[in-house]
Design a binder for this molecule. Structure first.
Ligand code: SIN
Length: 282
């Protein structure tokens, strides 16, 4: 049966004794969903998977979902190839800031699956931060601020109104559609959301996509959001994963933020990423 070895006291577990290339039984699927609700990030080593197998695993957690603004892999429209080539230096990477995925959508993804194909000899780790723990430990004034308040999200990097003035050049190996006014549409979500299965409450603000708090201007919101982000990304709430070829991570996008560390110029990194759908945050 499934054995989970915690990576830290608050988030992440390595799952051992499971071969994900084998057909997934209902019992194993239920155990994996339970483990994800508990640890928020599951990590597996030495898995030999093709894209069809990765999609089967993804579907255990929710319906496969295609994400907007990012060109999928030519091999499969449900897959994004997260790639940086060895000759791409001093540029940004996909996911290279603290964020949860696509929170500006009415129904942001419930989670994602990332499979390592080629990794640098050092660096290129990914970090996740537990936003349930962040919520539980918020100072009283910040808790009072976010409880019962909504935050306003927009697809800032892909739109016009909130596009960064001087965006860092991004890896040519991942194609994004930018400057689309449709991405400026504002979506309001509770700043604290509840996990539909575990019932845990988590802070739900996003350094990339949250533009302000409801009832406040951007200028009024800025210092408060900055305080929330500083707290949300405290190292105490995080786990950091060192990739090897054929490692796989599954994460809960409702209860975590994540960050792809861009510290491996001169080396190639290729990961396949799939996404599973979620509900309207509540
Ligand atoms: C992402 O999905 O944000 C990218 C994660 C990574 O490349 O480590």
């Amino acid at each position: 049966m499934l054995k989970a070895e915690p990576l830290t006291g608050h988030i992440g577990a390595e799952i051992v004794g499971v071969d994900l290339s084998e057909p997934l039984t209902n019992t194993l699927g239920a155990a994996l969903r339970q483990a994800l609700a508990r640890y928020l990030v599951l990590f597996f080593r030495d898995q030999t998977l093709d894209l069809a197998a990765q999609k089967r695993i993804t579907a255990v957690f929710g319906p496969l979902m295609r994400i907007p603004y990012v060109e999928p892999s030519p091999q499969d429209p449900d897959v994004i190839a997260v790639l940086k080539e060895a000759d791409e230096r001093d540029i940004g990477v996909f996911g290279g800031d603290w964020h949860s995925d696509f929170s500006f959508l009415e129904r942001p993804p419930a989670g994602s699956v990332l499979y390592a194909v080629e990794v640098p000899p050092y660096g290129g780790d990914t970090i996740w931060s537990n936003q349930a723990r962040a919520y539980d430990t918020l100072p009283d004034d910040l808790k009072a601020l976010v409880d019962s308040r909504r935050a306003v999200h927009s697809g800032a990097p892909y739109g016009k109104a909130h596009a960064p003035e001087d965006p860092q050049a991004l890896s040519r190996s991942i194609k994004m559609r930018r400057g689309d006014p449709e991405a400026d549409r504002e979506t309001l979500h509770p700043a604290v959301r509840r996990h539909p299965e575990s019932g845990r409450k988590a802070l739900f603000v996003n350094p990339i996509y949250t533009i302000r708090l409801e009832g406040m201007s951007e200028a009024e919101s800025r210092p408060l959001l900055d305080r929330l982000y500083r707290h949300a990304t405290r190292p105490d709430f995080t786990c950091r994963v060192r990739w090897a070829p054929r490692s796989l991570a599954i994460w809960d996008n409702r209860m975590t933020l994540h960050y792809a560390i861009n510290d491996y110029d001169g080396h190639r990194r290729l990961m396949y990423r799939t996404t599973f759908a979620g509900e309207r945050p509540g």
